[in-house]
Design a protein around this ligand. Structure first.
Ligand SMILES: [Zn+2]
Length: 150
C-alpha cells in the first residue's frame, strides 16, 4: 500500500503516528533501543548489527566494549530477546565497576538477572509505567537529591 494511502487510512481512524499503543498491530514497528545511554557520567553508544556476529561456536547476541563504551546487539531478533540482551550488557557495565562485589560467575548471574528483570516487566507492564512515571517525576523535581535516589 502506498504510504500516502496508509497515512490517509491512519488519519481517517484518528491514529497518530508515534503512538504505537493506538495503532493496529500491522502498523506497529518493533521498538528500537536508545542509541545513547548515560551512566556514571559516561555515554554508552548502542548499535544494532544487521549481520550476526559469529566469531566462534558460542552464540553471542550482544557485547559491550567498556573502553570504547559501545554496546552491540545482534539485530533481527524478537524485541523481548533484544531488550533482554541490552539489559544483560547493562548489568555487565554495572559489574565492571563492582570491585569486590563482582561475582566469579558473573555471566550466569547476569543471564539470570537480565531474564528475570525482563520477565518482571513483561508480566507487569504497570511496573514499567510506574518506573517511567518516577523518572519523569524525579527529573522535574527541583529539589531532587540524585544521590539519595539509588
Ligand atoms: Zn554476558
Amino acid at each position: 500500500m502506498p504510504i500516502k494511502q496508509v497515512l490517509t487510512a491512519l488519519d481517517e481512524q484518528e491514529i497518530k503516528l508515534g503512538t504505537p499503543s493506538a495503532a493496529p498491530d500491522f502498523f506497529a514497528l518493533p521498538p528500537f533501543p536508545p542509541r545513547k545511554l548515560q551512566h556514571g557520567g559516561l555515554t554508552f553508544h548502542v548499535e544494532v548489527l544487521e549481520q550476526p556476529r559469529s566469531s566462534n561456536d558460542e552464540k553471542c547476541y550482544g557485547t559491550c566494549d567498556f573502553n570504547k563504551r559501545i554496546i552491540e546487539l545482534e539485530g533481527n531478533r524478537p524485541s523481548d530477546a533484544e531488550a533482554t540482551t541490552l539489559l544483560h550488557e547493562l548489568l555487565h557495565v554495572l559489574f565492571s565497576k563492582a570491585g569486590d562485589c563482582k561475582p566469579q560467575d558473573e555471566e550466569q548471574v547476569v543471564r539470570m538477572m537480565a531474564a528475570g528483570i525482563m520477565d518482571w516487566f513483561l508480566q507487569n507492564p504497570s511496573l514499567i509505567n510506574y518506573l517511567s512515571a518516577v523518572v519523569r517525576y524525579c527529573s522535574n523535581e527541583p529539589t531532587t537529591n540524585k544521590e539519595n535516589h539509588q
